[in-house]
Design a protein around this ligand. Structure first.
Ligand code: CTP
Length: 399
């Protein structure tokens, strides 16, 4: 049994009839459900359907709710454990993204504190509308701010076309609601700094030295820590990934920029997880003009700061986690790094193994603990591995 307080917002789309089924499933799970309908939604399904299913009057008017209150929108925002808007039209999505509040649902959404009340939006619309850059940008913006988007499915649409835009099925929405509410929140109150991706060291205005890091492991860790309630600061070198929802994102390019950003945040963080593949060297000089080809080119490289070593030297209460990408003698090298950088935990990665390393969605690692123990994990997705690593960090810190 879920037994939670849920506000369901229903906007004007044919998928509104599916929301009646979602409400039925939620009520069956022991939830108290409050329906809020827009004016357009009431042209698709009668409020009576929802008031009958929820056992509560439907809210729709900002100024005259079923209960006489001058602050219906605030009461609505304070009450629930979770809000789901299904279906969410392009109009509602646009209003939520840009802070517009011209009816009860959009006004209540503005009053929600996402840290304590997750909001799931289930878009439903014609494919052309969904693909419109305005809608896509709005969805991306909302995702970055921490809204959860139940990505619409491909299939037959009410307009007679086939394509992406169908609202996810009620059972799938229920599963997403359960997953969202089950997020343990065991990192609430913690500030986690994650570094990710490669760094780039310029040679001239068009060339740089870098490495194969994709940033996937760090982004997965940032997402997992956020899902568990942490305040997450993600300092990332250049990657092609979208920052996970709800994290504070600081893009950097060079090792020295990453060094400055990380040192700046260090005093306020509890845990640092350094997945970034920092370039150990940079060209001594960056040519102002493009280097022209000659018979040969000699580059003089100089050392970059070792960010983690610096953190290790200055650590106070912080828990430090390093990543070691190795190709041979894994544990020996990792142990030396752990000592040198004064780490609490090091995640050791044999990047030559299939299913491990840079561009993959999966990883195979060993965890080496400060006290000396070693733990080996089987092949798993980087997100699942992130949750295991967070479990272990928690256990270590509890002592
Ligand atoms: N690291 C860092 N700053 C550097 C180099 C590495 O903060 N200039 C961090 C990485 O983010 C990682 C850990 O140190 O968490 C180990 O990185 P790795 O490249 O495996 O080790 P190095 O110390 O660079 O040693 P080597 O390259 O000789 O293996």
């Amino acid at each position: 049994m879920l037994d939670k307080k849920i506000v369901i917002g229903i906007t004007g789309g044919i998928a509104a009839y599916k929301s009646a089924e979602l409400v039925r499933l939620l009520v069956k799970e022991g939830c108290s459900v409050q329906a809020v309908m827009t004016t357009a939604a009431q042209s698709f399904v009668a409020p009576l359907t929802f008031s009958t299913l929820t056992g509560r009057p439907v809210y729709h008017n900002l100024f005259a709710g079923p209960i006489q209150s001058s602050t219906v929108h605030i009461d609505l925002a304070r009450w629930p454990d979770l809000v789901v808007v299904a279906p969410a039209t392009a109009n509602l999505i646009g209003k939520a993204a840009h802070g517009l509040a011209d009816d009860l649902l959009s006004t209540a959404l503005l009053a929600i504190r996402l840290e304590s009340c997750p909001v799931i939006l289930a878009p439903a619309m014609n494919t052309a509308m969904l693909c419109n850059p305005a809608v896509q940008d709005n969805l991306a913006l909302l995702r970055r701010r921490g809204f959860i988007i139940a990505d619409p499915l491909a299939g037959d649409l009410a307009c007679g076309e086939a394509g992406e835009g169908r609202m996810v099925e009620p059972e799938q929405l229920l599963a997403l609601i359960k997953r969202t509410l089950a997020a343990t929140g065991d990192y609430k109150g913690e500030t986690v700094l994650v570094t990710a991706g490669p760094t780039r060291e310029a040679l001239d205005p068009v060339r740089f030295l870098s490495n194969h890091s994709s940033g996937r492991m760090g982004y997965a860790l940032a997402r997992a820590a956020r899902e568990r309630g942490a305040r997450v600061i993600l300092v990332s070198g250049p990657t092609s990934l979208e920052p996970p929802a709800g994290v504070e994102f600081y893009p950097v390019t060079t090792a020295r920029e990453m060094f400055r950003a990380v040192m700046g945040f260090f005093p306020i963080v509890d845990i640092v997880i350094k997945t970034a593949a920092v370039a150990d060297f940079r060209p001594e000089l960056i040519a102002e003009q493009k280097i022209k080809k000659g018979e040969e080119l000699q580059l003089k490289l100089v050392r970059n700061p070792d960010i983690l070593e610096e953190l290790g030297a200055h650590k106070d209460k912080q828990f430090l986690v390093g990543f070691a990408a190795e190709t041979a003698d894994l544990l020996t090298h990792a142990r030396v790094k752990m000592e040198r950088k004064n780490l609490d935990l090091i995640v050791v990665n044999d990047v030559t193994r299939e299913g491990a390393g840079f561009e993959t969605e999966t990883n195979i690692v060993q965890l080496l603990y400060r006290a000396g123990g070693v733990e080996e994990f089987p092949l798993m997705s980087k997100l699942e591995l992130s949750h295991r690593i967070l479990d272990r960090i928690r256990a270590c810190r509890k002592g």
